[in-house]
Design a protein. Structure first.
Length: 220
């Protein structure tokens, strides 16, 4: 097992609470099914990496998508920035200097080897940040940094979130390793693009079953 942990920030896939931008063309139930598939694929990749710890910061209750060997901590705080800061503080409570990387619940296209590479880069004074296509970020890696200082005041879920986060890390004196750009699953177009690069995943099978291209054309 390698040193460090992988942290996944996730919501229990409940219709009407997850992936709402997929509706339409999806129904809330179908969007929740997509979220569950993406989360299961993401956790499979984390389970297969060489981190010494695997942690899920969860909003909701665990379900059958949760593999064995994961620690589960409850999300807490108002707003995403606070929830991120508290998740990092709670995950690293036993050893704040332990390196970690954090991803979201919709990265079925990540693989264990990439997680291992990114985790190996993280060290005191050196962070990881991977930009998302929509202007946010999909992975961040820290070791020994104050989570509240890292996240407090960063505008979340905007086209400039990634840029603000990168500037904050540098302002804290951290060298920032840039991970490859990846796409979050927010819209039907995102789902199709992710399915195309990860065709053997549950997420790709779900996208094929939903036939979203045809249905999106009908909605338009």
């Amino acid at each position: 097992m390698g040193a460090g942990f992988v942290l996944v920030l996730a919501k229990t896939p409940v219709p009407g609470r997850v992936k709402t931008r997929l509706c339409p063309p999806c129904t809330p139930e179908e969007a929740a099914d997509v979220a569950a598939a993406a989360l299961a694929d993401t956790l499979d990749a984390v389970a297969a990496c060489h981190a010494s710890r695997r942690v899920v910061a969860l909003d909701g209750a665990p379900g059958p998508w949760l593999p064995a060997g994961f620690e589960v901590i409850a999300q807490r705080g108002d707003g995403l920035a606070q929830r991120l800061a508290h998740a990092w503080s709670d995950a690293a409570a036993a050893d704040p200097s332990q390196p970690g990387i954090q991803i979201g619940m919709d990265t079925p296209h990540v693989d264990p080897a990439e997680l291992d590479r990114l985790l190996s880069v993280v060290a005191p004074g050196r962070a990881v940040l991977g930009a998302a296509v929509d202007g946010g970020w999909w992975v961040i890696g820290l070791a020994g940094a104050d989570p509240m200082a890292v996240f407090d005041g960063i505008p979340m879920s905007t086209p400039v979130t990634g840029a603000y986060q990168r500037r904050r890390l540098r302002a804290l004196g951290l060298a920032v390793h840039r991970a490859p750009v990846r796409r979050d699953i927010d819209t039907a177009a995102d789902l199709a693009a992710v399915a195309a690069v990860a065709p053997r995943t549950r997420t790709a099978a779900m996208a094929a079953a939903l036939d979203l291209d045809l249905r999106a054309a009908r909605v338009a």
